[in-house]
Write a protein that binds this ligand. Sequence first.
Ligand SMILES: *[C@@H]1O[C@H](CO)[C@@H](O)[C@H](O)[C@H]1NC(C)=O
Length: 215
Amino acid sequence: MAAFLPIAVLLSLLVTGAMAGGYGSQTPSPSTPAPYTPTAATPPPTPTPAPYTPQPATPKPAPAAQGYDDKKLVVVRVEGLVVCQSCAKMGSQSLDGAAPLPGANVTVTCRDRKNRVMAYRRRVADSNGYFHAEFGVQRADGYLDKDPRGACFVRLLSSPDPKCNIVTNIHGGLEGAPLRDEGKQWTDGRGFKNVVFAAGPLAFRPRECAPTHHY
Ligand SMILES: *[C@@H]1O[C@H](CO)[C@@H](O)[C@H](O)[C@H]1NC(C)=O
């Protein structure tokens, strides 16, 4: 027993030593830097939100209206004759035997898309009673209903002949004579389409006619 005890003590010491040594070698040395633990970084400065700027409303393209695609530039011309109705036809719409009325004044008026007067011309009939009015370059669709025929009209204004100065409404000379498309058109040197429309003939009539009966 006596001999056994010291061995037991020795063994325990050895075991303890071995244990201690083993652990000692595996214990991280104090010099080992602590693993990096990210500290709560100061948050990057949050970008200041841009002040609110309301977006301008983007203009929507106007829906293409029907037939509203003719943006061509045109030169509208209006021509016609002014005559003096024959006494023999007084009271009728007939212009048989009518004579040209040189110097007669007419107006040609054209209306725009909104039915406003967009152009106005005053013309004096020449020695043949002929007048011609030319309008400036316009977009074809700028005329009322995009058609100069309905947008423009001719009216009698005055006659230089005291014996034939009563306005008649023959072909619309009093209320406004509509235009006819006679198929006369060409492209001018600038590249613009010129279209000639016609109105009338328009007529003044004598204030009084000599009696037609004979003795
Ligand atoms: C026609 O108009 C012109 C001006 O353009 C004027 O001088 C002339 O007197 C007018 N003629 C008549 C008959 O009114």
